[in-house]
Design a protein around this ligand. Structure first.
Ligand code: R5P
Length: 295
């Protein structure tokens, strides 16, 4: 029987510690130094030979620093004789899963190769943006969903008026459908278009009245907040009383928080990306998933 350890990376310290506590597993301590030029230096503080180690490290901004730290930790652990598993609560680059415009790098494919080169034997993540991205990994790669946890949270903590669950785009249809089934209500799918050059978002008008109802927009990521802002504006035009946005990964870059507050949107996120709106803790979900692996 291998000895299982949890190594919380610098980006997911709290979450990793809570997962280890729930699983009753020992923590592997790491020492991190950031040099003045931004380089990370990591030291593993115990012998890990013949151990199985789950490294928990999210790759929210600074994306490349957090990703490099994951690769460094994994590489050193496997060099020291451990079997390395990566649990990446938010997996960056999953939106770059194809060559949308000629000449574009399929970045997630490169990330997958780097992880393999670093010795990672398995990847688990939460609500990956595109399931297609998993196909680039030459080792087992899985995604689990925090959408049911978000839906349960809203069901328990809010008195929603005739709620309608809304996906801001076609890609999120299954997420909205699952969310709506937990709230036992209907869902609606908006048609969003993103300009691949400028990144600007537009949402197609809908011929439906939502007078007096509450709407819950469901998305995997809120990055700049542009998609949710556009969708919320449309929903308010259709008579919605209050717009909520439930998302797994609240990246909330730049002025996203102020922008969405101005658009009268209340955001409910998870702690795959720690933020002021991370009201839903994914530790129980991660621990229960990992309990099927760490045996
Ligand atoms: C894209 O399809 C994703 O599901 C999100 O809708 C998107 O990443 C959100 O980005 P932003 O907040 O910048 O509009």
């Amino acid at each position: 029987m291998p000895d299982w350890l949890i190594a919380p990376g610098p980006a997911s310290r709290e979450l990793g510690e809570e997962v280890a506590r729930r699983l009753g597993l020992d923590l592997l301590d790491l020492e991190l130094t950031i040099f003045p030029d931004g380089e990370s230096k990591i030291k593993i503080k115990r012998d890990v030979q013949r151990s199985s180690v789950v490294v928990i490290q999210s790759t929210y901004p600074p994306v490349d620093r957090n990703l490099m730290q994951l690769l460094f930790i994994a590489h050193k652990l496997s060099e020291m004789g451990a079997e390395v598993y990566a649990f990446v609560p938010y997996l960056a680059y999953a939106r770059q899963d194809k060559e949308f415009l000629k000449g574009e790098v399929v970045s997630i494919a490169v990330v997958a190769r780097l992880m393999r080169a670093a010795g990672i034997k398995r990847l688990d993540t939460v609500d990956i943006h595109s399931i297609n991205a998993l196909a680039y990994f030459a080792f087992p790669a899985h995604t689990i969903s925090a959408i049911p946890l978000l839906a349960e949270y809203l069901k328990t903590n809010y008195s929603l008026r005739e709620p309608i669950v809304v996906s801001p785009d076609l890609g999120g249809a299954a997420r909205a459908e699952g969310f709506a089934s937990i709230l036992k209500t209907e869902h609606l799918i908006l048609k969003k278009a993103r300009d691949r050059v400028t990144g600007d978002v537009s949402v197609e008008d809908i011929d439906v009245s939502l007078e007096g109802r509450d709407a819950v927009l469901v998305d995997d990521i809120i990055s700049t907040g542009g998609s949710i802002e556009k969708a919320a504006t449309l929903l308010y035009k259709k008579g919605v009383k209050k717009v909520y946005a439930a998302c797994t990964h609240p990246l909330l870059l730049g002025d996203a928080l102020q922008r969405l507050a101005k658009a009268d949107v209340e955001i409910i996120g998870t702690n795959t990306v720690p933020s002021v709106v991370s009201k839903v803790d994914v530790a129980p979900l991660c621990a229960s998933h990992l309990s099927t692996i760490c045996t």
